[in-house]
Design a protein around this ligand. Structure first.
Ligand SMILES: Nc1ncnc2c1ncn2[C@@H]1O[C@H](COP(=O)(O)OP(=O)(O)OP(=O)(O)O)[C@@H](O)[C@H]1O
Ligand SMILES: NCC(=O)N[C@@H]1O[C@H](COP(=O)([O-])[O-])[C@@H](O)[C@H]1O
Ligand SMILES: [Mg+2]
Length: 390
């Protein structure tokens, strides 16, 4: 049987794994790529390719070898020029080669949103040396947040309290950045009331939204998320209007995770992923269609219909605390025993072959009468899951 579509998945982590499962359910053939073997998505895909997606020749060769109907980026470590060439040669990049290139570089997406579209963002400046950061900080004030223009999951990110901290922030950013651009964004620190991810689906039938996802971050990386995030209709409508402007400019079809800070009287655009978002993994339990189901449906041009929330739901991450290649994960039975009628619990173990300090190895999911109850239950589930290192 010929597959519904052949997908080349660039990045094979936990998001790619769940996306692959959703795509396989709709009859797709998935070739999962990453820089290391046995990555989570490879374990459920039809085929795998192990190479650095920052290597232009290897990426080009892999595209030509498989000739996919859709190239689906999953990480932010891809030589995006190759995707632009591939698109010019008639391949389809999800959602578009331009969106992938723009979002892989914080400065490009920030300039698009703040300058071209005129949407509210934190004040910012770019810097290519720690001395230049002084000038940036003069514009933003202290505290300020420093991030490499190429990084994700908070890598290389720090909050700086005063001028004395700038040199250390530069060194940390350079040591943890990805790619070869020694450049940072210096951003005004926003003392937000809360932050959300607005999962936004751009389809041939128009733009759809999931109920807003609230989340809590530590070290620039997500710790827990919940849905729905309580917010007023007016603030939500404003965020939706901003999201629509951004995705319509970026174009293409797929799900986008759009991050906003919300203060007492303002919605501030932070950044976006042109693909499923880590905080959106809460939809694995909360919705009739998960963010992964929505992404593949938008890609294939299938109808979305109603996005229905089952009820207040939360996710919490299961992290490793050290570097190890020998380990096992225990406590599943006890964790799942926390569930009872009206208090569903579930876990996802990603199957990553090695641990690292603070590497996300799995996820707890829980439902409750309120998001607070769901969050407490998800946290209790993670406490029962134990990583054992021999
Ligand atoms: N200007 C800011 N003011 C206050 N907090 C911030 C600011 N920028 C970032 N943060 C905090 O750090 C978190 C991570 O920042 P950001 O999303 O920009 O990093 P990232 O590396 O792109 O992460 P990911 O790829 O996981 O989305 C934000 O969700 C927020 O909690
Ligand atoms: N915020 C981006 C994000 O959550 N990306 C997800 O993490 C994986 C990398 O994990 P690893 O660093 O543990 O290999 C990526 O492949 C993607 O699934
Ligand atoms: Mg983010």
């Amino acid at each position: 049987m010929a597959p519904v579509a052949k997908l080349l998945l660039l990045g094979s982590g936990e998001l790619g794994k769940e996306f692959t499962i959703s795509a396989k359910r709709l009859g797709c053939h998935v070739v999962a790529c990453d820089a290391y073997d046995d990555a989570p998505a490879m374990q459920v895909a039809d085929a795998r390719e192990v190479f650095s997606m920052l290597d232009a020749d290897a990426l080009r060769a892999t595209i030509l070898k498989h000739r996919p109907d859709f190239i689906v980026p999953e990480v932010e470590a891809i030589r995006t020029e190759v995707l632009q060439d591939a698109e010019a040669d008639g391949f389809t990049v999800v959602p578009s080669a331009r969106a992938t290139a723009m979002t892989m570089n914080r400065d490009r997406i920030r300039d698009l949103v703040a300058v071209d579209l005129g949407l509210r963002t934190a004040r910012y400046r770019y810097a290519e040396s720690w001395e230049a950061m002084l000038e940036g900080a003069a514009h933003t004030g202290f505290p300020c947040v420093v991030k490499p223009v190429m990084s994700s999951s908070g890598k290389g990110q720090s909050t700086v309290q005063d001028a004395d901290g700038l040199k250390a922030a530069w060194d940390y950013a350079v040591a943890n950045m990805r790619g070869d651009r020694r450049k940072v964004i210096v951003e005004e620190y926003i003392a937000f009331d809360y932050e959300i991810t607005l999962l936004t689906v751009r389809t041939r039938q128009g733009v759809f939204f999931c109920p807003p996802v609230g989340h809590r971050q530590a070290r620039g990386d997500y710790q827990e998320s919940w849905q729905p995030a309580p917010m007023t209709d007016a603030i939500l409508a404003e965020a939706q209007t901003m999201a629509t402007k951004v995705v319509d400019d970026l174009g293409g079809y797929g799900l986008f995770g759009i991050e906003f800070f919300v203060t007492r009287d303002e919605v501030i655009f932070s950044e976006l992923s042109p693909r499923p978002h880590d905080t959106g993994m809460v939809t694995l339990m909360s919705q009739n269609l998960t963010e992964f189901d929505l992404h593949i449906r938008a890609i294939l041009g299938l109808p979305i219909g109603d996005i229905t929330l089952h009820g207040p739901t939360a996710s919490a991450v299961i992290l490793a605390d050290r570097d190890a290649d020998a380990f096992h994960i225990g406590g599943l039975a006890g964790a799942l025993a926390l569930g009872e009628p009206g208090r569903d619990v579930d876990v996802r173990l990603f199957g990553k072959p090695v641990t690292r300090v603070n590497r996300r190895m799995g996820l707890a999911l829980a439902r409750g009468a309120t998001t607070d109850e769901a969050r407490a239950l998800a946290a209790a589930v993670t406490e029962r899951i134990i990583l054992h290192y021999p």
